[in-house]
Design a protein around this ligand. Structure first.
Ligand SMILES: Cc1ncc(COP(=O)(O)O)c(C=O)c1O
Length: 373
């Protein structure tokens, strides 16, 4: 079907753009010998997993459900990290994951031997106390963070149990930050690196964005390979689905109260929560920042929540009821974070295939809402 025939609201995944990102990452791993895992939390739409498996080495899960999804639909390595494992999920994880990373010495002590005896490669997440992000409340290496073991707490007596170190410290960053991060890892954990088989450098690498310094990234990977003989893993989420999704909406009404607010048939709070929670401002096709073009509007969600605002944009024409508005870069953290608060229906999910043809993959009904309760 044509894009104009899709129901709204609708998440639309662009297969060509997904493939462009995957191809770039595939070339990187082939050039350097590093391994690239897919951090599923960004976008867990398993109908794409079989295709994605051809370009990547495996997945990184952060829960037993993600691990199960990966085990069922993704061909490759299956890595899992949880801040703390539930006693009744760890046995299953040992059967379906080839790499299990523990967050603390206590968790390592509790499950590490058993994991190893099951043939699992054991990791410990470490915190190099490297601060690099703009929002400190989201920084996994902020002071007193519960994520990862700091150098002073490293369980030296259990180091033989550990096959690899896992670090996650970056957020939408370029390779200069990665280079600084590696300096911090070497400063804190350098003496342990020759004894490890692998290092996982987490996510937050904006590899597929324009301007990303691929040469510097390759130098970083080679440094760890050559100086310490390590297998280097990267586990990006966002870089894999960067710009690979749209959110197609329609204008339902225009409310005039000093400012003009166009009410969309969707909800920012429920369907694109990074907008309201992380101040993300997605690009909107055909629109600009407020007051740049002659007609400025606030775009509001149709829920009853006062904070349900997509943002302010300007247009070269007055908006009309029924008009479609399409947000870009909306594969990341949309479907995975979507909720039905206040009974908001879930948007449909569709794909734009390689030939440009669009197909609806999934629609949701009242039963999906009712069954949660
Ligand atoms: C442990 C870990 N790995 C990988 C990622 C993926 O990060 P990104 O999507 O920014 O690449 C995250 C994101 O929160 C994470 O917590």
């Amino acid at each position: 079907m044509l894009e104009s025939a899709l129901p709204t609201p609708c998440y639309l995944i662009d297969q060509a753009k997904l493939k462009r990102n995957l191809t770039l990452l595939d070339q990187l791993r082939k050039r350097t010998g590093c391994k690239i895992l897919y951090a599923q939390k960004a976008f867990s739409s398993y109908p794409f997993y079989s295709m994605m498996s051809r370009f990547l080495d495996g997945t990184a899960s952060c829960s037993a459900y993600e691990a199960q999804l990966s085990h069922t639909f993704f061909h490759g390595e299956h890595h899992v990290f949880e801040t703390a494992y539930l006693p009744d999920e760890i046995n299953d994880l040992m059967n379906i994951c080839d790499h299990i990373t523990f967050n603390s010495p206590t968790q390592l002590q509790k499950y590490g031997m058993q994991a190893k005896a099951n043939g699992v490669s054991v990791g410990l997440r470490v915190n190099p106390e490297f601060l690099s992000q703009q929002f400190s409340e989201f920084d996994p290496c902020a002071p007193h963070s519960r994520l990862g073991t700091v150098a002073s707490q490293f369980p030296m007596h259990m180091k033989r149990l550990i096959n690899g170190l896992h670090v996650h410290a970056l957020y939408e960053q370029n390779a200069d930050s990665l280079s600084d991060l590696i300096d911090a890892i070497v400063a804190k954990f350098g003496q342990l690196l020759p004894e490890m088989e692998w290092i996982n450098l987490g996510g937050g690498h904006a590899i597929t964005r324009e301007g990303y310094d691929l040469d510097r990234l390759e130098q970083c990977i080679r440094r760890l390979q050559q100086d310490y003989g390590l297998t280097v893993y990267l586990e990006p989420g966002e870089a894999i689905v960067w710009e690979a999704g749209f959110f197609v909406t329609s204008v339902l009404d225009i409310v005039k109260n000093g400012a003009e607010t166009a009410i969309l048939d969707a909800s920012a709070v429920c369907h694109a929560s990074d907008i309201t929670e992380l101040q993300y401002s997605p690009p909107l096709i055909g629109a600009d920042k407020p007051s740049v073009l002659p007609f400025s509007y606030r775009l509001g969600g149709r829920s009853c929540l006062p904070e349900d605002i997509f943002g302010e944009y300007s247009f070269d024409h007055p908006l009309e009821i029924g008009e479609r508005l399409v947000f870009r870069d909306m594969a990341i953290n949309t479907l995975t974070k979507a909720r039905m608060y206040t009974g908001m229906p879930m948007p449909a999910v569709a794909v734009r295939e390689m030939d440009g043809n669009c197909k609806v993959l999934r629609t949701f009904t009242y039963n999906d809402y009712r069954n949660r309760f």
